[in-house]
Design a protein around this ligand. Structure first.
Ligand code: SAM
Ligand code: DTB
Ligand code: SF4
Length: 325
């Protein structure tokens, strides 16, 4: 049964289940609702990099931190289409374009992004964008251009949010998610662990996601990539068991969602990633770059899929293809 009335206590009990029991339960739920051999392969591209006015403590693209990220204006449409084609040829079925913006503005850059969305969508890939805050009208325009999904992470609990970001509120985040949902765009929303949050914050974030009127179709679970120059540069690496608990809990409370083993895979072994798949992860970012930080190369993931007998999930499986109007 799909439930949106979970209590924090119920989620906390699931999260704190003895870990092998938790993996077993999550693996069982996963098999009830999904094909456990299938893993979605997504590719990210930073179409506008760095110089962001926000103060997200984890982010190498915030202008106020001194990181090695070079500012790059919005890419040209043709170049982006070329990158999407490369991703498609390498086996990716979802292409996610990210921009280091606080919010979308109704300007020429937005028109250009709409062109990118049209182009990638017409290649038969699921197109996703992550561009910051969106109004209802902007969401409708993206939908009309063929946008399939929109990523907008809650990142952590409402209580811890102010310790990580002060330039926007949790409420702002939830409003954009409502605008995305309202435009009938598939919702991608998750968060980051390893930022110094308590277990209660991880549970709080999962509670918010699992009690939205509809669960997000995708839930990315990122391990913090500590980047030199950001306030979180010295955070310790999260253990695989923490990733497993997050993924397994997300799988049990949002059984149909694509739970994405997102940032942090470069620091994980194949065996550690296998545990995450067993716990119910069924999506990854592939390609040697996330937005600005490294990620395993396609060839490495191909080998991993072979060893673990996993299959890439086809685009738009069981779903209506996005149409360009
Ligand atoms: N500017 C837009 C926004 O904030 O929504 C879109 C791009 S932003 C980089 C997308 C997401 O990347 C963030 O919400 C955060 O969850 C994730 N992210 C950024 N830096 C990260 C890091 N160092 N480690 C893990 N995840 C990170
Ligand atoms: C998500 O949850 N993780 C991705 C994607 N959505 C946009 C981004 C991870 C970024 C990691 C740091 C970087 O490469 O800049
Ligand atoms: Fe800007 Fe997004 Fe990075 Fe925050 S996470 S600083 S909004 S690019």
């Amino acid at each position: 049964m799909i439930r949106t009335d979970w209590t924090r206590e119920e989620i906390s009990d699931i999260y704190h289940t003895p870990v092998l029991e938790l993996i077993y339960k999550a693996a069982t739920v996963h098999r009830e609702f999904n094909d456990a051999q299938e893993v979605q392969v997504c590719t990210l591209l930073s179409v506008k990099t760095g110089g962001c006015p926000e103060d997200c403590a984890y982010c190498p693209q915030a202008a106020r931190y001194h990181t090695d990220v070079k500012v790059h204006k919005l890419m040209e449409v043709e170049e982006v289409i070329g990158k999407a084609l490369e991703a498609k040829e390498a086996g990716s079925t979802r292409f996610c374009m990210g921009a280091a913006w606080r919010e979308v503005r109704d300007n020429r850059d937005f028109d250009k992004v709409l062109e990118m969305v049209k182009g990638v969508s017409s290649m038969g890939m699921e197109v996703c964008c992550t561009l910051g805050m969106l109004t209802h009208e902007q969401a409708n325009k993206l939908k009309a251009a063929g946008l399939y999904a929109y990523n907008h992470n809650l990142d952590t609990s409402e209580e811890f949010y102010g310790d990580v970001i002060t330039t926007r509120t949790y409420k702002d985040r939830l409003e954009t998610l409502e605008n995305v949902r309202g435009a009938k765009i598939s919702v991608c929303s998750g968060g980051i662990i390893g930022m110094g949050e308590k277990e209660g914050d991880r549970i709080g974030m999962l509670h918010t996601l699992a009690t939205l009127p509809e669960h997000p179709e995708s839930v990315p679970v990122n391990a913090l990539v500590p980047v030199e120059g950001t306030p979180l540069e010295d955070q310790e690496k999260v253990s695989v068991w923490e990733m497993v608990r997050m993924i397994a809990t997300a799988r049990i409370i949002m059984p149909k969602a694509m739970v994405r083993l997102s940032a942090g895979r470069v620091r994980m072994t194949l065996e550690e990633q296998a545990l995450c798949f067993l716990a119910g992860a069924n999506s990854i970012f592939a390609g040697d770059r996330l937005l600005t930080t490294p990620n395993p190369a396609y060839i490495q993931d191909k080998e991993m899929f072979q060893v673990l007998n996993l299959r890439p999930r086809e685009a738009y499986k069981n779903l209506e293809k996005a149409t360009v109007s």
